[in-house]
Ligand binder design. Structure first.
Ligand SMILES: NC(=O)C1=CN([C@@H]2O[C@H](COP(=O)(O)OP(=O)(O)OC[C@H]3O[C@@H](n4cnc5c(N)ncnc54)[C@H](OP(=O)(O)O)[C@@H]3O)[C@@H](O)[C@H]2O)C=CC1
Ligand SMILES: O=C(O)[C@@H]1CCC=N1
Length: 281
């Protein structure tokens, strides 16, 4: 279904680059079929053109009118300015994919002049290496085939779950923000390794292989994490000593609170934007 489709990314930041990298390495489209615009940072557009061969544009109206798939990838608070620029350039046969945290599909639908398909997606930056975990939800003008097309795009970049839209805030808190929690864990483990006497250059490969090995064990054995943890934890051994210390720091509860906070922040971003929309009317 993706054969010959053209993309227009509105917003050339981190997630845009991750998706471009993924889309190109999955062979979904050719670089010349990807147009990208920013608000003002042309240096960034030039970098993306030089590195990936995509087509930078400044005339967003023309690029939007010509694209099959428009990807909204600006910060949530910039969505109104971006939609203002696109309002008269979209047609019903196009698809808008919004990766914006918190922003409901209805807000985008209501801001445009056409009854266009809007699909809300929450990928993560691992799109770049085709290992994203992406949540998707369809807006009210989206047909099953249009949702399938979006699924096809993100399936090429990793795992996809289609959920009811209200769950996308939780997907954002869990797997959209998720890579950052893991990077933070790696930072902490490396620092701890150093404190225990292992030089950083040795700690990094040890930590990374441990991380990858654990993820693969979970995926390939299909075992519960509790069981795999039990297999590592000898009675009164080293792991138990470590886990007891994590429990003293309320590890699981802290992580639970972090994911709920991120979820609520996504909901809050949406609420603020909806209030702004009403205030403008
Ligand atoms: N980073 C991540 O891991 C993920 C982010 N997201 C979502 O993706 C969105 C973007 O995040 P991220 O890439 O990190 O943000 P960045 O700040 O890296 O990029 C945002 C980009 O949007 C551009 N922009 C702002 N307004 C406009 C406009 N009117 N027209 C065109 N471009 C515009 C900015 O351009 P300029 O620099 O010129 O101002 C900037 O390049 C957010 O809504 C976020 O919630 C979703 C999943 C994961
Ligand atoms: O931090 C953020 O708001 C975005 C959404 C998910 C990941 N990054």
């Amino acid at each position: 279904m993706l054969e010959g489709k053209t993309f227009f990314f509105v917003g050339a930041g981190n997630i845009c680059e991750s998706m471009i990298k993924g889309i190109l390495s999955a062979g979904i489209v050719r670089p010349g079929e990807i147009r990208v615009a920013n608000r003002s940072n042309t240096e960034r557009l030039n970098y993306l053109r030089n590195y990936y061969g995509i087509v930078p544009v400044t005339d967003k109206q023309t690029a939007a009118a010509k694209a099959d798939i428009i990807v909204l990838a600006m910060k949530p608070q910039d969505v109104f300015a971006a939609l203002d620029e696109l309002r008269d350039s979209t047609q019903e046969n196009q698809i808008i994919i919004s990766v914006l945290a918190g922003v409901p599909t209805s807000l985008i639908e209501d801001s445009l002049n056409t009854q266009i398909a809007v699909i809300r997606a929450m990928p993560n930056t691992s799109c770049a290496i085709l290992e994203s975990a992406t949540g998707l939800s369809a807006g009210r003008f989206t047909t099953p085939n249009q949702l399938k097309l979006a699924e096809e795009i993100f399936c090429m970049m990793g795992e996809v779950v289609v959920v009811e839209e209200h769950l996308l805030d939780a997907v954002t808190g869990l797997s959209g923000s998720g890579p950052a929690y893991i990077y933070y864990l790696v930072e902490a483990m490396e620092k701890a390794g150093e404190t225990a006497g292992i030089p950083r250059e040795l700690a990094r490969p040890l930590v990374l292989k441990t991380l990858l090995g654990a993820a693969k064990m979970l995926m390939e054995t299909g075992e519960n994490p509790e069981e795999l943890r039990r297999q590592v934890t000898s009675p009164n051994g080293t792991t138990m000593a470590g886990i007891n210390e994590l429990n003293k720091g309320d590890f699981q509860n802290t992580l639970r609170k972090a994911i709920l906070k991120a979820t609520r922040r996504s909901q809050e971003l949406g609420r603020v934007i909806i209030e702004k929309q009403y205030a403008q009317k």
